[in-house]
Design a protein around this ligand. Structure first.
Ligand SMILES: Cc1cc2nc3c(=O)[nH]c(=O)nc-3n(C[C@H](O)[C@H](O)[C@H](O)COP(=O)(O)OP(=O)(O)OC[C@H]3O[C@@H](n4cnc5c(N)ncnc54)[C@H](O)[C@@H]3O)c2cc1C
Length: 455
C-alpha cells in the first residue's frame, strides 16, 4: 500500500534547501503538500501582503504541478482532518519562533497531533547561540561573533524526483488576492528569489558596503520579502559569501535578522512592549493629524515623505529610510513606536515581527543596544548625506522634482520650493529635538534615587 506523509508549508514557501520537506519526502512514498490559511491573519495582513502571499502560493503551486493544498481553518483541525482523509502517517514542518508560530505549535501539541519539526527559517535557530554562562545575548556584536563561531549547515539539496499526493479537489483553494491599483510589488516566489540573489551577487554585492545606505540607488538585495516568506533560506545566501569586506557586511545584516529573532524568542512581549521598560513612562503624544501626515508622506520633510510614499507604492522601504522615518515619528512627533510599527506591518511585504519591532525599538532608543535616545536623526542632514543628488526624493515626491540638490532638501528656503503644493514642514525639527530631549530628561530624573528615602 502507498504510504503518505504531509508537509506543512509555513514560512518556507520553497522546494530547494528545505530539510523539513526532504524529511517528509523520505518518510513515505508520496507527500501531501499543505498551506494552512488563517483567515483572521489574512484579514489583518492588508492588501499588500495578501497580494504577495497570493503570488507566492501560486508560484509554489506551479512548481509542484498544481498539487498544493491551501486549506482554511485552525491548525489542529486542518491537520487532523487531512491526516484522516488522506491516511497520513507522519506530519513534517519547520519550526517557527515568533509568537504566532509558537502559539500554533502549542495548539497542535495540545490537540495531541504529532508533528516532526526540522530546521527553521534561520541559519541558527533562535535560542541556540548562548553566552559562555549559558544566558542569551543582549548585545549584537558579541552575538554576531558567537553566531559566526557556532557556524551553520550548508544548503540542503533540492528534492530529486519528489512524489506529491494528487489532491481530491476541494483542497485547491489558492487565493487570488490582487495587487492594489497603482502599487508596484516585487515578484514573489522561489524562482524570483534565486534570480534576485544571483543578480545581486553579480551586480550589487561587491559594492554593498558603499551603496547600501543610499536609498536612491539599488544598492541592497531586496531579498527581505523572500526571506520573510522563506522563498530562499539564509543558508543559501551565507554559502555564497566570502571574506571580502562587502560580503562580511552583508553577512552582518543577515546576522541582525537572526539576532532580533533570538531577542524576540527570549522576550516575546517585546513584539508590542518596550524592551527597556523605563521608556513606557515617557510623555508621548496621541496620534492625530501629524501622525496621518506622516503615514501619507506629507510631513514637509522631503526624505521622510519620499520614504513613506515608497512604502505605499512598493510595500517596501529602504533600511536607511526606515531609520529616518522611525526617528521622525518618535522624536519629532513624540508618538510611541508601536503606532509606527503597526503602520509598517500593514504595508510591508517583508513584515517580520522581530526585525520590525526591534528595528523600531533600536531607532526609538528603547531596544537592545539601541541607538541612544539622545541621538536624534536630523531629517535634513540625512537627506543631504544619503540622498545627495535628491534622486530618491525626486522618484517619490513629484512635487519637488523641479528642484535640484541641495535645494530639494530644504524647499522652504527657495522661492519656488512650494510651487506644486508640497506641504510646509508640520513641525520645526530643531525645536522638537529639544522637546524630545526634555522628555528624556524627565524619565531619567524619575529614575534617580529619591533623596528623602533611606538607601
Ligand atoms: C524601523 C525598522 C523596521 C524594520 N522592519 C523590518 C521588517 O518588518 N522586516 C524585515 O525583514 N526587516 C525590517 N527592518 C530591517 C531592514 O530595514 C530590512 O531588512 C531591509 O531594509 C531589507 O532590505 P534588503 O533585503 O534590501 O536588505 P539588505 O541590505 O540586502 O540585507 C540583506 C538581509 O539582511 C537582513 N537585514 C538587513 N538589515 C537588517 C536590519 N537592520 N535588521 C534585521 N535584518 C536586517 C534582511 O533579512 C535583509 O533582507 C526594519 C528596520 C527598521 C529600522
Amino acid at each position: 500500500m502507498t504510504t503518505r506523509s504531509l508537509f506543512w508549508f509555513r514560512r518556507d514557501l520553497r522546494l530547494a534547501d528545505n530539510p523539513a520537506l526532504l524529511d517528509a519526502l523520505s518518510a513515505a512514498d508520496e507527500t501531501l503538500l499543505l498551506f494552512i490559511m488563517d483567515n483572521d491573519v489574512a484579514e489583518r495582513a492588508g492588501p499588500y501582503r495578501r497580494a504577495y502571499l497570493s503570488d507566492s502560493l501560486a508560484r509554489l503551486d506551479e512548481s509542484v504541478g498544481g498539487k498544493l493544498a491551501v486549506v482554511s481553518g485552525s491548525h489542529a483541525q486542518v491537520l487532523r482532518d487531512l491526516s484522516q482523509r488522506y491516511g497520513i502517517t507522519s506530519i513534517h514542518a519547520a519550526r517557527e519562533f515568533a509568537p504566532y508560530g509558537v502559539a500554533a505549535e502549542r495548539e497542535i501539541a495540545a490537540a495531541g497531533i504529532a508533528v516532526e519539526y526540522t530546521g527553521s527559517s534561520y541559519a541558527i535557530a533562535p535560542g541556540r547561540v548562548r553566552k559562555p554562562d549559558d544566558t542569551n545575548y543582549r548585545v549584537y556584536t558579541p552575538f554576531f561573533r558567537a553566531w559566526q563561531n557556532h557556524g551553520w549547515r550548508g544548503p540542503a539539496a533540492a528534492p530529486s524526483n519528489p512524489q506529491f499526493v494528487e489532491l481530491e479537489g476541494s483542497e485547491r483553494n489558492l487565493p487570488t488576492w490582487p495587487t492594489p491599483a497603482g502599487v508596484d510589488i516585487q515578484e514573489a516566489g522561489e524562482k524570483a528569489a534565486l534570480a534576485r540573489w544571483s543578480a545581486f551577487k553579480v551586480e550589487g554585492l561587491s559594492e554593498y558596503d558603499e551603496q547600501r545606505n543610499i536609498p536612491g540607488v539599488a544598492g541592497t538585495s531586496r531579498l527581505s520579502p523572500h526571506l520573510r516568506w522563506g522563498e530562499i533560506h539564509p543558508r543559501t545566501l551565507l554559502a555564497g559569501l566570502n571574506q571580502r569586506t562587502a560580503h562580511e557586511i552583508f553577512r552582518k545584516e543577515i546576522a541582525w535578522r537572526e539576532f532580533y529573532a533570538d531577542v524576540l524568542h527570549h522576550n516575546p512581549h517585546t513584539s508590542r512592549d518596550y524592551y527597556a521598560p523605563a521608556f513606557a513612562a515617557m510623555r508621548y503624544d496621541q496620534p492625530g493629524a501629524k501622525f496621518q501626515a506622516w503615514c501619507d508622506g506629507m510631513t514637509g520633510y522631503p526624505i521622510v515623505d519620499a520614504a513613506m510614499r515608497q512604502l505605499r507604492e512598493e510595500g517596501w522601504m529602504h533600511n536607511r529610510a526606515r531609520m529616518v522615518v522611525a526617528s521622525f515619528l518618535v522624536k519629532d512627533l513624540h508618538i510611541e513606536w508601536q503606532h509606527g510599527a503597526e503602520h509598517f506591518m500593514k504595508y510591508l511585504i517583508d513584515n517580520d515581527v522581530a526585525s520590525n519591532s526591534h528595528g523600531w525599538q533600536w531607532t526609538a532608543g528603547c531596544g537592545t543596544d539601541a541607538s541612544p535616545y539622545y541621538r536624534v536623526f536630523n531629517p535634513i542632514e540625512q537627506g543631504r548625506r544619503f540622498d545627495p543628488d535628491g534622486n530618491y526624493i525626486k522618484r517619490f515626491v513629484p512635487e519637488l522634482s523641479h528642484l535640484s540638490a541641495p535645494d530639494i532638501h530644504t524647499p522652504w528656503d527657495v522661492l519656488d520650493g512650494h510651487l506644486h503644493d508640497y506641504p510646509q514642514p508640520i513641525v520645526n525639527h530643531a525645536l522638537e529635538r529639544l522637546e524630545s530631549l526634555a522628555r528624556l530628561a524627565e524619565i531619567k530624573a524619575s529614575k534617580e534615587p529619591n533623596p528623602h528615602q533611606p538607601a
